[in-house]
Design a protein around this ligand. Structure first.
Ligand SMILES: [Zn+2]
Length: 213
């Protein structure tokens, strides 16, 4: 199963991705993770990306595309993957189509998690992350058993600096202008699956699995 998942910041993508990964037995490929790996392993594209990041610039599309292509060429992706955080704009979406053609892979579905702005705000300000294992929590929807402590590894939870009301609106504007055209793109390709992500995470996952069938 070759899937991609998209949605506004705070749509619950991370939580769903973990569930889908184990349900389908496919790797969860987030661009953040690919970048960190490429940089720590000092691959050619990793080193190029590092230069941009060090100077405080966004990594250009062609570098991102190359890193994604390298990752999708690896053996564990042949049976399937869940791509998360890529594409971020229409140019990247078109590049992905080309990458997949080159690799002879057919994308089965582009899953769009559709969520209302007020729910996004509520989710983001209540989001907490484990400083050790990276597991995500939410003070309303997905509370840790013990306040401020990770259920899995016992480390402290923290709030990301950009998870505040002030930055959410900015992030939503960026999302609406850059990422929304991708939804239309996949609709035209006939593989878009719209999911009501205003519900609880396990219901969202259930809806995805039913609709992907
Ligand atoms: Zn943890």
């Amino acid at each position: 199963m070759h899937l991609l998942i998209m949605g506004a910041p705070g749509c619950g993508k991370g939580t769903c991705a973990v569930e889908l990964k184990s349900f389908y037995g496919i790797p969860h490929i987030s661009t953040g993770e690919i970048f960190r790996k490429a940089i720590s392993e000092k691959t050619k594209t990793g080193l190029i990306a590092q230069r941009y990041i060090d100077q405080g610039f966004l990594v250009p599309d062609e570098v991102t595309n190359e890193i994604v292509k390298e990752r999708l060429s690896e053996d564990d992706c042949q049976k399937g993957f869940l791509l998360d955080g890529f594409p971020r704009n229409l140019a990247q979406a078109k590049a992905l189509t080309k990458i997949l053609e080159d690799l002879d892979i057919k994308l089965d579905a582009a899953i769009n998690l559709d969520v209302k702005d007020e729910i996004i705000e509520k989710r983001i300000v209540n989001r907490r992350i484990c400083e050790n294992c990276g597991r995500g929590y939410n003070l309303i929807y997905l509370k840790p058993k013990q306040e401020g402590i990770c259920d899995v590894c016992g480390a402290k939870l923290y709030q990301r600096k950009d998870d505040t009301l002030e930055t959410i609106d900015k992030r939503l504007v960026v999302y609406n202008t850059q990422t929304k055209p991708i939804i239309t793109y996949y609709k035209e390709l006939g593989i878009l699956i719209n999911i009501n992500a205003n519900q609880e995470p396990h219901k969202v996952v259930e809806e995805i699995i039913n609709k992907v069938k």
